[in-house]
Design a protein around this ligand. Sequence first.
Ligand code: SAM
Length: 276
Amino acid sequence: MTLAFDGLPPLREVLADHGIDPRKALGQNFLLDLNLTGRIARQAGPLEGQTVIEIGPGPGGLTRALLAHGAGRVIAIEKDPRCRPALEAIGAHYPGRFHLVEGDALEIDPTSLTDGPFKIVANLPYNVGTQLLLNWLTVPTWPPRWLDLTLMFQKEVAERIVAGADDDHYGRLGVLAGWRTQAEILFDVSREAFTPPPKVTSAIVQLTPRAEPLPVSMEALERVTAAAFGQRRKMLRQSLKPVGGEALLSRTGIDPTRRAETLDVSEFVRLANALS
Ligand code: SAM
């Protein structure tokens, strides 16, 4: 067998040897090209001495790239027990630098896995990707313990995360991400890069925490954005009726004839603070 650059078997053989046939229910669209996973690892860097938490390592293509690019330690949360033997082989190849946590990432608080700061890097399972991001974005204390997030999403979701005012993709996710982080799309990844190919193009998004997000109650911000974007084509005086309508708008000096998608994050924060 010809080994890959890191001395481990090629990922196609890993899948075949361990009988890992991709399952849709687990959002399994694997990356088998170590050049591509290497590119993602470089974008997530510098990794030297860092702890990286990876969600859904699967057969380990991204895991191997993170370790080969110098990550001090990778802690990987994987739900599918079929992946364990392949991942244990990676752990044996990089002694002391790889830890597998078997379980559901939705139920695991990453801060419980390590004491210090960490990065999160993942080719996320699409069915739970947005919820995981929301969990990390809405932690009660800020700045969070995570240093940055480098994540693969469906491109349409990636566009919603990075969208700002006057962008067609702008909505509640863009306001929340923009309030607490600086988010950017690093590059697109075509369907053919995955096994099996998903239905749509993907993109890598990177989010870096803002040191001092504008002060506001998250709950109030949620209420205002839910109302405003719940009827995004309507004028604010109509869409914001359930949370105070014209009175709320006049307290903040925001024109009631505007629509939700024209308000930037600081204007949503003003509305939320007037509400609370
Ligand atoms: N990182 C691998 C790669 O790039 O080839 C696999 C990525 S695949 C898109 C998503 C991975 O997440 C799968 O290995 C799947 O089993 C795992 N997964 C799905 N739901 C999960 C969950 N709730 N918690 C942890 N892992 C999950």
